[in-house]
Write a new protein. Structure first.
Lengths: 383, 151
């Protein structure tokens, strides 16, 4: 018991705010938790990955091995997490009878420092991070190709503007300002569209294989259409025309071209046609009507192309800092974010047209947040 | 099928190779952005046993905009209207490019398990669902039997 108290005291003395210890009512230590980052010298904005190590010392520790958990991994896929886990297990085994928490932190840190590059894939393009790819780490420790993030931010801004323009003037005055959101967890992130604009597309994306129609796919297509015919014969298929509206439907390339031309002409005549149906105009028409296509593509305006990573020093991801009064920073990037969950949640919702559905305009803490930008591998952090 | 984005190709391949139980989505022969979809009714829901057809279209700027999805098979549900259109936040303002065809279809399947009459799209259905849930569920079962259960 005393050995554990000693160990915790020295952990707290050295890691200070970076370690959190939970004690039971009787004062015994239940849980020790710390977020581990790779060693990158003083360059905190080059810490691309992290994981929280939680150690649960049992009664009898250190003569009984402690349990541990790896929580809130960022930029680590399952394989790498598993490698860290087994290294920790080995360390625990060989250290039986001795305090092991410091050693565990060291084991995790070594792993992270060894390859300070996100594994896994960019959620936007679904490809990985290769050498030379420019990527961005959000304040919430999610990784995206800078190119992909730029497209996302552009689309967000466009949607915001569209919703904003629909509002009557008196509501526009009180509408929430635009807020950039992380595509993974919907946390607020800083909008760096200007500096991301020049990012090159990721390399894997450029070299991906083409799609081929396989025999298996043909068979599935046939089964699908059989089912369709079978349901149709018993009146189970929604008859869109009888309901008096048009929705998406399969069209041949020829149909599409013809309808596209017709719609483009209509658009010129009546510029303010609103969506009567969720899917009709923007969907199938956009790939052939050149007018529509032009507006939907990402067209980075050539203004304001400042590359400089201004404000980088404000980046708040770091934790191995000597000052110990930045609690709020910790709460933000460690605990809170994790608890929100890493996946986008869904629920039913109204069709309501609020300008900023996510209730943006949050005044707290994003002002200083900066995304870390990086050149993957070699060039990035080799200096 | 000119210059289909890599992401769509990758999603399609994964849908074929690792299908989600109860969900089937395959691209159309002539348009790889158009998917024929089957979602089976979840167990312990009034839609159990039903095989529902949907159509899904990936717009030009997908994944920056949400897929367009619609039920083709008739279904009695407070959040799905008579045209098969679906009221689901992730298809509208809560869309994120981190979502995929498979996650959207899973959300739709989940919507079948958890109808939400307080946020209706089909008003008459939602009304009945609120005032007489038993009867509404009976209707949903009947429709499922009549239209979506394979012989």
């Amino acid at each position: 018991m005393d050995a554990l108290q000693d160990e915790v005291e020295s952990l707290e003395a050295i890691l200070m705010d970076d370690v959190s210890v939970k004690r039971s009512a009787s004062g015994s230590v239940d849980m020790i938790e710390t977020t581990v980052l790779p060693l990158t010298g003083e360059e905190e904005d080059q810490q691309y990955i992290c994981v929280t190590l939680q150690v649960l010392p049992p009664t009898g520790y250190p003569d009984v091995s402690p349990a541990f958990k790896l929580l809130r991994p960022r930029g680590l896929d399952d394989a790498r997490l598993e490698a860290i886990r087994s290294a920790c297990n080995a360390k625990i085994k060989e250290s039986l009878g001795f305090p092991v928490v410091f050693d565990l932190i060291e084991v995790v840190r070594e792993h992270l420092t060894g390859s300070n590059l996100p594994s896994g894939q960019c959620v936007i393009c679904l490809y990985g991070f290769s050498d030379g790819d420019e990527f961005t780490r959000t304040e919430c420790f999610h990784y995206l190709h800078s190119y992909c993030l730029a497209r996302h931010l552009h689309a967000l801004r466009r949607n915001y503007q569209e919703e904003f323009d629909k509002l009557p003037a008196w509501l526009q005055k009180t509408a929430d300002p635009f807020q950039a959101l992380c595509p993974v967890c919907r946390e607020l992130i800083s909008d760096e569209s200007d500096s991301l604009k020049c990012a090159m597309p990721p390399s894997e994306l450029e070299n991906a294989p083409d799609f081929r129609v396989t025999r298996e796919l043909r068979e599935m297509q046939q089964r699908m259409s059989q089912l369709y015919l079978q349901q149709k014969s018993r009146g189970a298929i929604i008859d869109v025309e009888a309901e008096g509206a048009a929705v998406i439907s399969i069209e041949t390339e020829e149909d599409i071209r013809r309808r596209g031309e017709a719609e483009a002409a209509k658009k010129l005549a009546v510029p303010a046609v609103k969506e009567e149906l969720a899917s009709k105009p923007t969907g199938s028409s956009s790939c052939f009507a050149p007018i529509v296509q032009e507006t939907q593509r990402i067209t980075p305006e050539p203004t304001n192309n400042n590359y400089q990573h201004h404000n980088r020093r404000h980046y708040r991801g770091g934790r191995r800092h000597h000052n110990h009064h930045h609690h709020h920073g910790h709460g933000h990037h460690g605990g809170n974010r994790g608890e929100r969950g890493d996946t986008a949640q869904s629920s039913t919702s109204g069709t309501g047209g609020g300008a900023n559905p996510s209730g943006g305009g949050n005044p707290t803490g994003t002002g200083t947040g900066k995304q870390a930008k990086a050149q993957a591998a070699g060039s990035g952090h080799a200096r | 099928m000119s210059s289909l984005p890599r992401r769509i190709i990758k999603e399609t391949q994964r849908l074929m190779q690792e299908p989600v139980p109860g969900i089937n989505a395959i691209p159309d022969e002539n348009n790889a952005r158009y998917f024929h979809v089957i979602v089976t009714g979840p167990n312990d829901s009034p839609f159990e046993g039903g095989v529902f057809k949907l159509e899904l279209f990936l717009p030009e700027d997908y994944p920056m905009s949400a897929p367009k999805v619609r039920f083709i098979t008739k279904i009695y549900h407070p959040n799905i209207d008579r045209l098969g259109r679906i009221c689901l936040d992730v298809l509208k303002d809560k869309w994120s490019p981190a979502l995929q065809i498979r996650t959207i279809l899973l959300s739709i399947q989940a919507l079948l398990s958890a109808p939400n009459p307080d946020d209706p799209l089909a008003n008459d259905v939602a009304e009945l669902w609120k005032v007489n849930e038993a009867e509404a569920i009976r209707n949903a079962r009947e429709w499922t039997q009549k239209y979506a259960v394979e012989d």
